[in-house]
Write a protein that binds this ligand. Structure first.
Ligand SMILES: Cc1cc2nc3c(=O)[nH]c(=O)nc-3n(C[C@H](O)[C@H](O)[C@H](O)COP(=O)(O)OP(=O)(O)OC[C@H]3O[C@@H](n4cnc5c(N)ncnc54)[C@H](O)[C@@H]3O)c2cc1C
Length: 471
């Protein structure tokens, strides 16, 4: 199908599709590396899942007591902390943050670096060099095709935006898939990890709630850093309350499949919930109908969970819904086939790579729609990965899609198996992947006519180290 669109006169060195967790960092890094940068973002703010899906806090990615994601992540934390939107708990965990504050910080970092953003704009499809029929599918690993422009849709209608290098940070590999890059999606049965619609409850009396949680076997140290949870069959002390609530028709059975809440810095008396989990048959976040139905399903569950908290958790009697995340939280959809595909064996064996751009020690963490949450692999205990100071590396090749020469794909859609993706997908790794992709894309645009395979990866590693990174 040929689309009628308007071609903008302007052209950029780098266009980033999706200004989310990885994309915002990619845009900032590319702009700091001297490129002209445009981020095209569907929502009205940067940060993606970390802001608009309200996913907080950052999961810890630590080895031997040291944070593995540094560079831009460190700067982000410093900025969040300095404005009261980030905090370090009594255990030294500096990953607590306020998603609304993160929106401001990311936007400031991008604009200060000279980058631009076009909000409320959806990427529709890439325009390939050589015309409609030219996609990655026509090419083998030795030859590649190029993206010339992205067709986007916004209040101005359809427009085409040109650049030398593109970064697909949509999380769903929207650009890569439409460019013909091969991809995998879901597990061996094609089922994806569960989606969640996150929300907050405000008006919580945190000290009272803390006292109650402590009496009920969920240790807490400070009302500013509450964390409590319940998953059926996982020995949570809150399980009897959930059972009572199900028997009293306050909750449905499936509301106890995953329940978890955290405090939020800068928002006293407010809790962020890592739930409700969306109905199991709605698990494909790249299917617009399922995504829409997930919003409806999640909102109904939020009503039930709010009623539960008010009725069963002292300190929550007067609580009210503060935020329902504008974006459904999507854990996994398409994963590109890149020049290297990270496997769970790479993770468990702590594999190191000559083109490493990121270190990871976050566990395999599958929120399966087949039931329960799988946090660790069955090789738990034997594998090198479970040593306290262990980590594996993520190669740059995981961001390089097969068949397209001027595209990088950082974030949760990077090239990995279903199990491996569940480990590398946490936000701080997405930051680091974004940072690497941004610098590489800028260099590719400036020096190699957009060709990301021509980038000197040892120079990229040296640059990331100079900027504080551990690679
Ligand atoms: C419910 C849930 C709980 C989680 N819990 C944690 C946690 O506690 N801690 C943690 O560290 N990680 C957690 N994760 C994982 C982590 O948050 C995500 O894997 C990560 O944020 C994904 O980053 P990304 O950049 O790949 O995608 P995103 O951050 O989702 O960014 C994608 C961006 O692209 C935009 N976009 C998409 N399609 C288009 C398009 N066609 N055109 C224009 N823009 C587009 C989106 O609006 C979005 O801004 C969780 C994830 C979920 C879903």
């Amino acid at each position: 199908m040929t689309l009628a669109y308007q071609t903008l006169e302007r052209t950029w060195d780098v266009i980033v599709a999706g200004g989310g967790t990885a994309g915002a960092m990619a845009g900032i890094a590319a702009a700091r590396a001297g490129a002209s940068v445009l981020i095209v973002e569907a929502q009205g703010s940067l940060g993606g899942t970390g802001t608009n899906a309200w996913v907080t806090p950052l999961m810890r990615n630590v080895s031997g007591g040291q944070n593995l994601n540094r560079g831009l992540t460190d700067e982000l934390k410093r900025r969040l902390h300095s404005r009261g939107d980030g905090a370090t708990d009594p255990h030294g965990n500096d990953n607590w943050f306020n998603p609304e504050g993160l929106k401001f910080v990311l936007e400031q970092m991008l604009l200060e670096a000279g980058g631009e953003v076009l909000y409320h704009t959806h990427v529709v499809k890439p325009l390939m060099a050589g015309g409609e029929g030219q996609t990655a599918a026509n090419h083998d690993q030795q030859t590649t095709t190029h993206i010339q422009a992205l067709i986007v849709h916004n209040k101005g209608g359809l427009q085409s935006l040109r650049a030398s290098t593109f970064i697909d940070a949509t999380g769903d590999a929207d650009v890569a898939a439409l460019a013909g890059v091969p991809f995998h999606a879901g597990d061996e049965d094609g089922l994806h990890q569960a989606m969640s619609l996150r929300f907050t409850l405000a008006g919580v009396d945190a000290p009272r709630l803390m006292a109650f949680l402590q009496e009920h076997g969920q240790a807490q140290e400070n009302p500013a850093f509450l964390h409590f949870w319940m998953v059926w069959g996982r020995k949570s002390s809150l399980e009897p309350l959930f059972r009572q609530a199900v028997q009293g028709s306050v909750l449905l059975e499936r509301d106890g499949d995953y329940f978890q809440a955290f405090s939020v810095p800068g928002r006293p008396g407010e809790l962020s919930f890592n739930c409700p989990r969306i109905r199991a048959d709605l698990n494909d976040g790249a299917d617009p109908w399922q995504l829409s139905a997930a919003q409806t399903d999640g909102r109904a569950a939020i009503e039930r969970l709010t009623a539960f908290c008010r009725q069963f958790l002292p300190g929550c009697e007067a609580a009210f819904v503060g935020v329902v995340a504008p974006m459904v939280g999507v854990r996994e959809t398409r994963r590109i086939v890149g020049e290297y595909t990270l496997s769970v064996e790479d993770i468990l064996d702590c594999r190191k790579f000559p083109d490493s751009i990121c270190r990871n020690h976050y566990p395999v963490d599958i929120h399966s729609v087949k039931g329960g949450a799988k946090l660790l692999h069955e090789r738990d205990g034997e594998a090198a990965y479970f040593a306290r100071d262990a980590y594996h590396e993520l190669p740059f090749r995981c961001l390089v899609p097969q068949g397209v020469g001027n595209l990088l794909v950082p974030g949760r859609a990077a090239s990995s198996t279903f199990e491996a993706q569940s480990s590398i997908r946490v936000q701080q790794n997405c930051h680091t992947m974004g940072e690497a992709a941004g610098i590489a894309a800028a260099w590719a645009a400036k020096n190699h006519a957009g060709n990301v395979r021509a980038v000197d990866v040892s120079a990229l590693q040296a640059e990331m180290r100079r900027l504080g990174g551990l690679v």
